[in-house]
Design a protein around this ligand. Structure first.
Ligand code: IMP
Length: 446
């Protein structure tokens, strides 16, 4: 029986999921995104070429692999078309390999405006969002006034008086009340929303049904998470989170598959920690140390170019990700970024009012009062950059990884030592083998 794998961020996003998904895609025939939108930025380097995927599953880079955008994703049609065109210029054709759930919600221009306004109104309490309209689109979904992909096809709307027109009229008038100044014309928004349907239609369908049939036919699916556990709307550092469930539970709701479809869960964690935007980051480094990590790791957002905040590996965070996602193993990325350090602190707990906490606190006020407890490991004598076999790593780097395994509580399956596909060590062949299978290409995907 083929086993479907979930790949999930174990920190605050930007863990290097794109590369690992790309690497594992050779074992699967379908890659499915289940949440988020084009706030994501998954970078994949292949030789001299660099691909940055925002909305499309990273599997799109592999010819013959079918890619699914599930109902849990919010889709900005313009961003989707731009991404498809950029890929085409880079020699990657999407053709009929893409399937977008007809139940996915759309992002329209007023969502972006409302987000900018909400952030400005929050002042010091701003979240530091990506300004892509993600949050307001999910807000509309939960408030039951959202517009789904299938609604764009509504023929009754040709006369401007169908259900799509009514929904847009209502949403644009709410936008006009909220934003003030020059009013947006709902007819313009409606005409634009209608006009994208012709281009989108070929890719729209029932994603849950497609996946069920593909799995029946023996296809192996990779579930690609976006953002990370600590940005999850329920389990992350609320309110400094994104608006969807990037944790494992989002797979079932965001694709319409049952929990037994998920056979293995791989968490991705950097050998240190980063976050972009506001909110707590217990092991954050300020000043020169933070700048050094940022520069050696080229820690700038793939979607927004914003500098990322950097800190040491936080085992409390990744242990928490193990718990809420049921991680079987982790992939540790960007080990080579630590190459020039003499010593490397590793956070194993938080000191709070004289006690040491080993579990991540749910309460933001408690977290704010926590001080990381570190143990310090020696840096390594020779670089790890580009190393492809575990035994070729310097002994200090192996000790660092072994300590990460011990304090995190799951095995390390993969270590990444550079941006390229080839700069990777598969540590636990057995584990990866168990997840691989002779995946069949679903007949309906040909
Ligand atoms: P939003 O998803 O644009 O609403 O932003 C909410 C928070 O999630 C902000 O702190 C963003 O910086 C962060 N965020 C959203 N997407 C990503 C991502 O793909 N990587 C890292 N951080 C992200």
């Amino acid at each position: 029986m083929p086993v479907n794998i979930a790949v999930i961020g174990a920190q605050w996003g930007d863990e290097g999921k794109g590369k690992i998904v790309d690497l594992l895609t050779r074992h699967v025939s379908v890659v499915a995104r289940y949440q988020g939108g084009h706030n994501a930025g998954h970078t994949v380097n292949v030789g001299d070429a660099q691909f940055i995927l925002h909305l499309l599953p990273s599997g799109i880079l592999h010819a013959g692999v079918r890619c699914v955008i599930g109902n849990g994703v919010v889709v900005d049609p313009d961003a989707l078309f731009d991404e498809i065109e950029t890929l085409s210029r880079q020699g990657v054709e999407v053709d009929d390999r893409l399937l977008i759930s007809d139940k996915a919600h759309v992002i329209l221009p007023y969502h972006r405006e409302l987000e900018v306004l909400a952030e400005a109104r929050r002042g010091d309490r701003k979240i530091g969002t990506t300004s892509r309209g993600i949050g307001p689109s999910y807000e509309d979904k939960v408030a039951r006034r959202g517009i789904r992909i299938a609604d764009l096809a509504d023929d009754a709307d040709e006369a401007d008086d169908g259900p799509l027109a009514a929904a847009i009229r209502e949403n644009v008038s709410a936008r006009n009340r909220a934003v003030g100044g020059a009013e947006a014309d709902w007819r313009v928004v409606h005409a634009e929303a209608r006009s994208v349907w012709e281009r989108l239609e070929r890719w729209v369908g029932d994603a849950s049904l497609f996946l069920a049939r593909a799995m029946d036919e023996g296809a192996c699916v990779l579930f690609e998470g976006a953002q990370g556990t600590m940005l999850d709307i329920d389990h992350g550092t609320y309110p400094f989170v994104t608006s969807s469930n990037g944790t494992v539970g989002g797979i079932c709701t965001g694709l319409g598959v049952g929990p037994k479809a998920i056979g293995g869960v791989l968490g991705i964690a950097k050998a240190y920690t980063t976050r972009v935007g506001e909110g707590p980051l217990p092991t954050e480094l300020h000043g020169d140390a933070g700048n050094q990590l940022r520069e050696s790791g080229r820690e700038y957002g793939a979607s927004t170019g914003r500098p990322r905040r950097c800190g040491w590996y936080d085992a409390v965070v990744v242990r928490y990700a193990v718990r809420v996602n049921g991680l079987d193993a982790i992939a540790v990325t960007k080990l080579d970024v630590l190459d020039s350090l003499d010593e490397i602190p590793l956070c194993t707990g938080y000191r709070y009012r004289g006690e040491v906490l080993t579990e991540f606190p749910s309460n933001g006020a408690v977290l704010a009062a926590c001080e990381p407890v570190y143990e310090t490991l020696p840096g390594w004598s020779s670089p790890t950059a580009g190393v492809r076999r575990y035994e070729d790593l310097p002994s200090e780097a192996r000790s660092y990884l072994e300590r990460i395994e011990a304090v995190t509580g799951v095995p390390i399956a993969i270590v990444s030592t550079g941006a390229d596909r080839a700069e990777t060590i598969v540590v636990r062949e057995g584990l990866i083998d168990r997840w691989q299978a002779d995946a069949a290409v679903p007949a309906s995907a040909s």
